[in-house]
Design a binder for this molecule. Sequence first.
Ligand SMILES: Cc1cc2nc3c(=O)[nH]c(=O)nc-3n(C[C@H](O)[C@H](O)[C@H](O)COP(=O)(O)OP(=O)(O)OC[C@H]3O[C@@H](n4cnc5c(N)ncnc54)[C@H](O)[C@@H]3O)c2cc1C
Length: 488
Amino acid sequence: MSAHFVIIGNGAAGYRAAKAIRRADSDAQVTLITEESYPFYLRRQLGEFLAGGLTLPELIFQSRNAYRRERIDLLLGTRVDRVDLGAHEVILASPTGPYGPIRVRSQQGSGLNKDRMAGQSVRYDRLLLATGTRAVPFYIPGTDLRGVAALDTLEEAQAVKPSLGEARQAAILGEGVIGLALAESLLGRGLRVTQLLRGERFWPEMLDEHTGAMVERVLENAGVVLRRHAAPRAIIGAGGRAIGVETTAGETVPAELVAVGCRRRPAIAVIQGSGIAVRRGIQVDVALRTSQADIFAAGDVAEPAGYDEFGEEGAAFCWQRAWAQGGLAAATMLDRKAEPAMEAVRVRTAIFGRDLAVIGRGHLAAQGGVTAEEHHDEPSVFRRLVFDEDLLVGAVVFGTGESVHELSRLVAAHAPRHLVQSTLGLAAPGPAPELLPETFARHCPICAAELVVRGGTAAGAVIRCQVCSTDLVVRWDGRRGWLDFRRL
Ligand SMILES: Cc1cc2nc3c(=O)[nH]c(=O)nc-3n(C[C@H](O)[C@H](O)[C@H](O)COP(=O)(O)OP(=O)(O)OC[C@H]3O[C@@H](n4cnc5c(N)ncnc54)[C@H](O)[C@@H]3O)c2cc1C
């Protein structure tokens, strides 16, 4: 009889693994379980969906029929309560979704009775845990008001979408990738957006001071209002809906939409107390095997053991990494050889057209045996490389992301400095260029077209005139900016 592969989680890792197992083994029985009510969708694009840049069919990548065609048995709106290691069973909790349990059955079927889901179990031969992360709850008054959204799931985005029409102002609580995605989408929709920062600078746990300052400048130039030293104290409302956020600085930020993008933890509840090795996430080896022979983990919930690129914080929050690990987990579950997904990328996102990637321990400050090199070799790319003694343990890339994959590989391999520099073609780091504090406009010295140079651009960067295609160097003397010919 063919093996039964059960996957908990229908995000990037779980969905990719299910498809890869099916493609590699047409006889396998594949069951995918998710507490959400929708088939696979582009979670990282939820902000764009909320702001109207993507329609529901564009966001939902895969129809239910596609699962049927692929003979993947899909249990929607079904929460797993726990895993019984001895019986090799996944124990289901009560249905969770607003529509109750929805079963998209393949011909093989999982043999479950739809009406008696709670307490039922699904037997597995091999189990993949791809449960992602959970937001750490935000305990302030007012989070139950209309217009307050966590935005982790499509259900949450759908629930808040109607209140968006009336909103003129939005406040984003919590710094990080979700806040960045939302700020851009909401500004694009014409809302005034205020981002509350707990401290002096943006996302200090993930971004070093210099990168943080560059990100802040991009946000402010785009129109996001940053409120420093302003943690939220309460969300205030009128008539059951949010109207503002009271901060610890004693200010009230008006907002009819309050986006709560807070800290996250790997979602390990289903195996808590089972004996499977856990640190912050579920510990796995390079092939994504857990400490239990027939159980595997992939995506944001997995924490590769002996692989210290993530430092004390352990977890990653990265679509690209989850997707890659889904493919690797499928190969391991099928006993096939696969190249380990040497992905050390913790965060990768785009902010107003610029790529931002934090790889391994790229955020570490230079101290002890750790040194940091800052490179502005290309005008539009900033790279920060962190070495422990002489070995690469982290990197940050801001600008264009072409070197991210290569850097991720080098960080995962703890490559020595000389190899990093020759692979990336880096010159020895020079002093960091000054970033323009303001936007200025000048005429092209060749064709007289008006060119706008945005604040945050590095002095010395090369820009191209859109009219006559002349390359011009941005100059800044501390008070004013101008454009110079490029001398070769
Ligand atoms: C608004 C937003 C913006 C983002 N932007 C970016 C970005 O720019 N770049 C980037 O790299 N990443 C971004 N991310 C993060 C990215 O989406 C995640 O890193 C990625 O989805 C992780 O995939 P995963 O498969 O590990 O887990 P998830 O996609 O989180 O999927 C977890 C799955 O497990 C299921 N599940 C969990 N527990 C149970 C249970 N007990 N029973 C049944 N089912 C369960 C859930 O229903 C879900 O289907 C963003 C996320 C959000 C929400």
